[in-house]
Each structure stands twice: as C-alpha cells, then as structure tokens.
Design a protein around this ligand. Structure first.
Ligand code: MIC
Length: 645
C-alpha cells in the first residue's frame, strides 16, 4: 500500500503498537537532543538510571538557553553538562556555539532518522527530513538509555503547497498562515506533512522555520521530503554523504488535507499574546515599535539574517528604536561575516549578540514598561519576555527589518518603491566550524562528573495514595501555557537543577502565593480549561507542582507534551467528561477521589470526583504504561522498580 512519508519513517522505527490514530506506539529513537535549560535535569534523570553510557546512535547536548552568567549557577551547570557529556559519550556544544535546532541541522541531522528532543521546537529538524519530536526531559533521558519513545500514533495532515512565495514574503509568513488557519491547538495529535510542487521552492532553512513553529500549532511533528534542495544543503555543509532522497509513495493518502497556494501568502503578524493571534500586517501597521529583534531558533539562519542585512544596508534603524540581532549559530555569524553582512548591521545600529535563545526565553532583552517589541521569534505568551504585561509581536525577518527602519510596524512590501527585494539564495559552500563542539571519545569516558552546589538530586516522590483527598489550589482558563505554569527568564532558569528552589515560582505571574498555599494544603489539585500546558516541553511545569503536592490536574483538554510530563511525575491528568462541569469547581473546593489506586489498577478510564457533596465524572485517557507510572508516583520510580527486579 502506498504510504506517506510519516508512515514510512514510523514503520521503520516501530517497536510496539499498532499504527492506528490515537493508539500508543513505541518508536526507536536514533538521535537525542538536549538543551541546557531542560538538559541539566534530564542528565540527572539519565544518571539516576545507572547506565554507563548513552545507547543511541547520536546524543547531543547544546548550551544555548542559560547563557547569562549573573552568578555561579549557570556556569556550574555548563561545567556539569560538559563533564557528564564526556563521561556518558554525548556530543557537547559549548555556550555561544548556537541554538540546538540550527546546529543540529548544520552538523548532525540526517534524512529518515527519528529524533527526540527536550525542547518543543525539535521538529525544526523537518529541514533535513527527520521525524523529530519534542518531549519532556525524562522521556529523552529514557531514550538516551536505549528505551523506545511512547506516543499516541498521530494523524497525518497532508498540506499541499503550490506556487511560490512572492517577493517580501518568506517561510515565517507561511507558518503564520498555518497558525491563522489552525490556531494554537488545531494540529494537536497530528504530524504535518508538506508535499506538492511548492515544496521545491522552499530551501532547507525555510523548512526549518516551518517545522520549528509547527509546534505552535500543537503538532506532534512536521516533515518535508528530502529532495534536491536537501541534497544541496548537505553538500554546502560539507556532508554530502549524509544525504539520501526520501519522499512519500506516489498515490499515498493522508488523514486530513489542506492546500496553500504560496503565491497568495501575504506578510502576517502574530499579535500579543499568542502565536495564534495572527493578523494581516495592515491591521496593525503604523504601531510605534520600541524594540526589534531578528534571529532565534525559528529565524536565525544565514538566509534570515542576510535578508535583514540587505534591507537595512546603508541606512540606520529609526531613532530611539533598539535593534538586536541574535544569530542562530556561530557558524551562521561566521558566514554572515564572510559575506560582508556584519558591517552593514553595525552601521545600522544593530546590537549583535552571541548566538543563543536569549530574549526568546527571557534571558535578557526584556522590553521596557509598555514598550512594543517586534521579534522574529516563535512564541509570545504573556510575560515570556521577562516583562509583565508585555506587547510582543511575531513576524518575518523582512517585516522586522522594514519596521526597524521605519520605527513603526511596516508591511515590508512598502519598501518595494525604494529597493529591489533582496532574495538570498543558499550558499554553495558554508564555512563549517566544529571548534566549539566536543566530540565523545573513549578517553573522555574517564572524565569525572562535576556538580556545583546548586545541582540538587532528583526529589523522591511517594506512590499514588489509596484515596486522593485534596483542595483546589488554583483555577485557570483556556490555553494556559507552560510559561505561565513555570516561568523561564534570567531569574528562574538558573534554578532548573534545583527543584525545591524553582518550585517557589510555579504560577508566579498568576498567583505569587501559589507555592505557599500548596505547602499549607499538603495535597492539591489544579483546574484548567482547554489546551492546558501548551507551549514548551519543560517538565518543570509538572515536576515543580508535584514537588509542591499537586496530585491531579482536572482540565477541559491537555497539550500533548505537558500531559506526558504529568504522567512522568505522577500527577493524574484528568479531563472533564462534561466540559460544563468546569464552571462547577472553584478554587478552594475539596476534591475526593475514593479508591483511586484500586481504580487505576483495575484500568478505570472514568473516575468519579466528589467536590464537596456533588459528584462529577472525569476521564483518565492514558496508556497502560502511563497508568503504571502514575501508580508508582512517577516514571523514575517505575523504571527503578523494573531495573531492580
Ligand atoms: C521554549 O521555547 O519555551 C523553550 C525554552 O525552548 C522550551 C524548553 C524549556 O523550557 O527549557 C521548549 O520549547 O521546549
């Protein structure tokens, strides 16, 4: 039977389960990706498994998030990661070498492989036709230890592309067009597979932009065929032998279909405070802008920076506007420099930063009070920039550069009267720099692992109690992101390897008292709306609440990665059977789930929850494996029990 590309790759990697939408499958993982903000905890979890070296074809650890060194903590974590990588046989990418997704596509990615990354934007590897999936650190730690990855078998949304993008419109506008159509949860449970004649007009780095931000649609992953343009990418990166052709079988089918005529895509912008709040630029054009940032994982490639270079060349950013450039990798910056791109940026007033995630994760670059920030980033959830009440807009490098010049949100097509559109073809040969990568060797396996004082051991968690009696510690609305559950930013990120300390920031923006109340309550429950836990893969959004005694979350629906993380740390992920019951629960209510342990053991998929003297029904939609983990009080407890046996 003719198969689409997603089916082909999954079939080749299938270890357990049936390829039928929604059923849990287990998939062999070829590459794993860690970044430092999730990677320190994931590495501690890997160490807790007691394995002497990684068991995947290639494991990589990037230091790209926690780059500011305001005290010893981040620098200690970098040292820990460097030494642990050497000790366990993992590739280590030094601070300043670049953002995981971009460096991985430059140096390691290969068509047809699977990758599991402790970062939600891992699907950017669609650029080189990998089936790459974002997950919590615990799942990645298990993959590094050689365990397959479990996930619900996805539906495949086939998006047929025709035509070619017009001048002044680029890949970011295409993914914003997808967000305009599907919003932030329209692709939950799906892999987005692009096909059709328009694909061959999109370069490998364009495909990275589209795959990376497919995450904002809630998608499990994104995939593109591996074709002549992919071959050119591998050739230009000095890795021609790593390329292979890969495509869907002719006549294959998809679970769902969509079609986009690229020639009809216009410049779009995601307005505060959701990547799904997409509007045509005309609706906000003229808004005064205080800060413009070009770069990040989604738009930090050679093409994206170079198009900005050519637009601002010979001019200066508008007075009082703060213009930043965050290169995606050191290699990108070197190639920009080699192409003569650095001087025009400097002369335009750009603040050129080291390559890394930086302001995208609130690690610096926070806008001032009431200021408008225009960024080529993937997300703009409330407060993520580090500034409460922030006004962050997401756009293409073309729109960002045009707006930097004019000082107001500007449709880049307005520049057509002043200049030709600077089309930036991929280079035939990129400068390749591996000097900031540390490759594992047999000798390095002897390296001693160094732990700083802020690196605390993984907390001990109790198994699920016989009966769960708890209080509702907080009730929140729809689309609450992990940025709101467990904020990032320069103050909180250094605490990622110290769960007790980071737990004080859970729901900090919504309710600074949350952690204190949880401690008083002992056991608690959080109630939420639809798409609860959207956004990042950060397992700390489950781990830290669990540390505070949160034992269940009752919501209308969950985002994929967050739900998996809840199971990994023993928090019951319950959904209202009747969404109308959301209105009937209030903060502070007492919640009782009688004989919860027994019910889970018996395989119950519906749990009655008593709220005061009323009863509502909730659904527990988890696999048999997740049920075991929940009973054990978390995945680590369960796996340790199995290893002991
Ligand atoms: C993000 O963009 O939100 C992050 C920071 O990259 C996260 C990971 C994290 O919180 O460390 C992600 O996307 O998974």
């Amino acid at each position: 039977m003719a198969k689409n590309l997603t089916e082909k790759i999954i079939e080749q990697h299938l270890v357990e389960g049936r390829m039928s939408a929604g059923e849990e499958i287990a998939m062999h993982i070829d590459h794993t990706l860690l970044q430092d903000a999730t990677g320190t905890m994931a590495m501690l979890e890997f160490e807790a498994l007691g394995i002497d070296r990684v068991k995947v074809e290639l494991a990589a650890q990037y230091v790209d998030h926690n780059l500011l060194q305001t005290d010893f903590k981040n620098a200690d974590d970098h040292k820990y990661l460097r030494s642990a990588c050497a000790h366990y046989g993992i590739h280590y990418s030094e601070p300043g070498n670049g953002i995981s997704h971009i460096v991985h596509m430059e140096r390691f990615g290969r068509p047809g492989l699977t990758m599991l990354g402790a970062d939600s934007h891992t699907p950017g590897a669609a650029a080189v036709s990998m089936l790459a999936i974002g997950a919590g650190g615990m799942d990645v730690a298990l993959a590094m230890a050689g365990y397959p990855y479990h996930l619900p078998y996805p539906k495949v949304l086939g998006v047929k592309l025709t035509g070619a993008l017009p001048d002044w419109v680029s890949a970011k506008d295409l993914i914003l067009e997808m967000l305009r159509r599907y919003d932030v949860k329209g692709c939950v449970g799906k892999v987005i597979e692009y096909y059709g004649p328009g694909v061959k007009t999109l370069s490998a780095t364009d495909r990275m932009t589209i795959g990376n931000m497919g995450t904002e649609l809630g998608a499990t992953s994104t995939i593109f065929p591996s074709d002549e343009l992919t071959r050119q990418w591998f050739q230009a990166q000095g890795r021609p032998g790593d390329w292979q052709v890969l495509h869907a079988d002719p006549g294959c089918s998809y679970d769902e279909y969509a079609e986009i005529d690229l020639s009809g895509v216009a410049p779009l912008i995601a307005c505060p405070t959701s990547p799904g709040n997409v509007k045509p630029i005309s609706e906000v054009a003229g808004t005064k802008v205080d800060q413009v940032i070009v770069g990040s994982s989604v738009n930090g490639t050679y093409r994206d920076l170079m198009v900005a270079v050519r637009i601002v060349e010979g001019r200066h950013a508008a007075p009082e506007l703060s213009f930043h450039v965050n290169p995606g990798s050191r290699q990108v910056l070197e190639n920009i420099a080699e192409s003569g791109g650095v001087m025009p940026l400097l002369l335009a007033g750009a603040r050129i930063h080291q390559s890394g995630c930086l302001g995208c994760i609130g690690m610096g670059q926070a806008p001032g009070t009431g200021q408008v920030s225009l960024r080529t980033f993937p997300r703009n959830f409330p407060g993520r920039s580090g500034t409460k009440g922030d006004q962050v807009y997401l756009c293409s490098p073309e729109t960002a550069a045009a707006s930097a010049l004019k000082g107001v949100i500007t449709d880049p097509r307005e520049l057509a009267s002043e200049m030709d559109y600077p089309r930036i073809p991929p280079l035939e040969k990129y400068i390749v720099d591996t000097s900031s990568l540390v490759f594992p060797t047999a000798e390095r396996l002897q390296t001693e692992v160094v732990r700083g004082p802020n690196i605390k051991p993984f907390p001990e968690f109790e198994p699920l109690p016989e009966t769960l009696e708890a209080r509702v510690a907080l009730k929140v609305e729809d689309n609450v992101s992990t940025d709101e559950i467990m904020p990032a930013g320069s103050k909180v990120l250094p605490l990622r390897s110290n769960i007790e300390a980071i737990s004080e920031y859970v729901f900090y923006q919504l309710d600074p008292d949350f952690h204190r109340r949880c401690k008083q309550l002992g056991q608690s429950v959080v109630v939420g709306g639809d798409n609860y836990g959207q956004g990042s893969s950060r397992e700390h959004a489950a781990l830290a609440p669990r540390f505070l005694g949160v034992r269940a979350k009752i919501v209308k629906s969950f985002a994929r990665i967050h739900k998996a993380n809840l199971c990994n740390f023993g928090i019951l992920p319950l959904t209202f059977k009747n969404p109308g019951d959301y209105a009937a629960i209030k903060a502070d209510d007492t919640v009782l789930i009688a004989a919860v342990r027994q019910q889970l053991e018996a395989g119950a998929t519906e749990l009655a929850v008593k709220i005061g003297n009323r009863e509502i029904m909730t659904l527990l939609e988890v696999s048999a494996r997740q049920r075991q983990h929940l009973l054990a009080g978390g995945t680590l407890n369960f796996v340790k029990q199995v290893i002991k046996k």
